[in-house]
Write a new protein. Structure first.
Length: 357
């Protein structure tokens, strides 16, 4: 219902979660002065409240996705903030650096250790300093964000990459039987959504937040797509068994990715057959994944192209990957988009910039 209301405003609506979306108001032909935008937002909030029988939402309007999201966060709950074009840095610079998308606890602590606590502090750092501190892709991204440099378009009808469900607990859970029961409930929610959408997946991911807020994920990829509760729950429980649960669990999440529109498996198999195990620290800088038959690209990943040379992934989706060909000590480089399975493009190990000059 909410997304339908947003689509009345513009043909370009990019839904990014169950309760969040970006809307390109210029594409909807709306006046873009502050007074008109403020009136539009008030009207949207009231129509949302009436149509849903009481739901309230926060609206942020700005010249970029980053500033719009930050605007919606600053005035919660039931907020409305319009950031006039030209005033982006006035809004950004006083904010804590952790207000920026992608700055989690680990990156925030690393920046704080060198005196970078606000976005203004971040703005004062050179590109070379940030790349040295947090890595090539992340450093370049933070450098641009501190300058309100975000020209990403609103991309409608994004291809779903995963289905997940999670739950945060008021009291840390320690009992294994309780944790396994919770995994079963989460798996049921995920599979219900898969079956409703007529999709299946190949990878099960368990999200695990410890009592000290350390967050990890564990994943396992199977040989065939699946859409049944038993498979999802069994794999997630095996992943749980390999995690140190000392101190208790604050949050659990179960997800399925590698989505397809079919299921082709052995109906009589006793256990799913794992073919790969992956491990990721959510707050760490992503490392390149192993080469697969069909590569999976993620933002920040170092890559190499047969003709263009080294670069890093700027974004991916819909079997396309966009690469920026530059390094931390080069001028801004060209951006090119390729098919996701382009044979000339391959993952590359991060360069050891410490040995450079």
């Amino acid at each position: 219902m909410v997304m339908d209301l947003l689509r009345e405003l513009s043909p370009l609506v990019e839904q990014v979660s169950v309760d969040e979306a970006y809307v390109d108001l210029a594409a909807g032909g709306h006046a873009l002065d502050v007074e008109s935008l403020t009136a539009l937002a008030h009207d949207l909030k009231e129509r949302l409240h009436t149509a849903t029988g009481g739901v309230r939402g926060s609206v942020g309007i700005a010249s970029s996705k980053t500033l719009a999201k930050i605007g919606s966060e600053l005035d919660k709950p039931d907020g409305l903030l319009v950031i006039p074009a030209g005033s982006e840095l006035d809004v950004l610079h006083p904010l804590p650096v952790r207000s920026l998308p992608g700055v989690g606890p680990a990156t925030g602590d690393r920046l704080s250790s060198v005196g970078v606590r606000t976005v203004a502090d971040l703005h004062e750092r050179s590109l070379t300093d940030l790349v040295t501190l947090v890595g090539q892709a992340h450093g370049s991204g933070l450098y641009r964000l501190a300058r309100a440099d975000d020209d990403r378009p609103v991309v409608p009808d994004r291809e779903a990459k995963s289905v997940s469900a999670e739950r945060t607990y008021a009291t840390d859970l320690t009992d294994l039987a309780t944790l396994e029961h919770e995994i079963g409930s989460l798996a049921q929610r995920v599979v219900t959504r898969l079956q409703k959408d007529g999709t299946a997946g190949r990878t099960v991911t368990l999200k695990f937040r410890r009592y000290d807020f350390t967050t990890l994920t564990r994943s396992q990829t199977l040989t065939q797509p699946f859409d049944d509760v038993r498979t999802v729950a069994d794999v997630a429980r095996r992943l749980l068994a390999g995690i140190d649960r000392t101190g208790g669990v604050r949050l659990l999440g179960v997800g399925v990715s590698g989505l397809a529109t079919y299921v082709q498996g052995d109906l009589f198999a006793e256990d799913p057959e794992p073919v790969a195990d992956l491990e990721e620290d959510i707050d760490a800088v992503p490392e390149p994944e192993a080469v697969r038959a069909v590569p999976v690209w993620h933002p920040g990943q170092d890559v190499e192209h047969a003709e263009m040379g080294r670069g890093w992934v700027w974004g991916s989706g819909l079997n396309r990957v966009t690469v920026r060909f530059e390094g931390p000590r080069t001028a801004p480089g060209p951006v090119r988009t390729y098919a996701g399975d382009d044979p000339d493009l391959s993952p590359a190990d991060p360069p050891d910039w410490r040995s450079d000059g």
